[in-house]
Design a protein around this ligand. Structure first.
Ligand SMILES: [Zn+2]
Length: 114
């Protein structure tokens, strides 16, 4: 059966384009991301902390809630503006994009962000 790769509608054989999206149909849909498959998860910055110890406290609390979190050093994230800001080294805690709001509520209850 052909499927639309965008809206995932199933079409009868003979259709080649999705009527809603205008994209070509495919025979099989790409596999859905599996929960827990971290390679497929987009991690976004949640909060920055003045030290790794703070970040690890929050990381542990998040993992207790089933939210995976990773800690990145300040050197990885720029400001996004191309400007280099003179900031002291700090640790940025990153969580999956779709858990950002939930993680923020948990994080702010534990340690004040930088
Ligand atoms: Zn479609």
């Amino acid at each position: 059966m052909p499927f639309c790769p965008k809206c995932k509608c199933e079409y009868r054989v003979g259709f080649t384009e999705c009527a809603d999206c205008g994209v070509g149909l495919v025979d099989t849909l790409p596999p859905e991301p599996q929960p827990g498959d971290l390679d497929r998860v987009t991690f976004v910055p949640l909060r920055s902390y003045p030290s790794r110890i703070h970040a690890e406290m929050v990381q542990e609390a998040l993992s207790n809630e089933g939210i995976p979190a990773i800690i990145r050093g300040s050197e990885i994230f720029g400001t996004g503006t191309g400007l280099v800001e003179a900031v002291p080294p700090h640790m940025t805690l990153c969580v999956p994009e779709d858990r950002l709001e939930e993680a923020g509520l948990i994080a702010d209850g534990i340690v004040d962000p930088l």
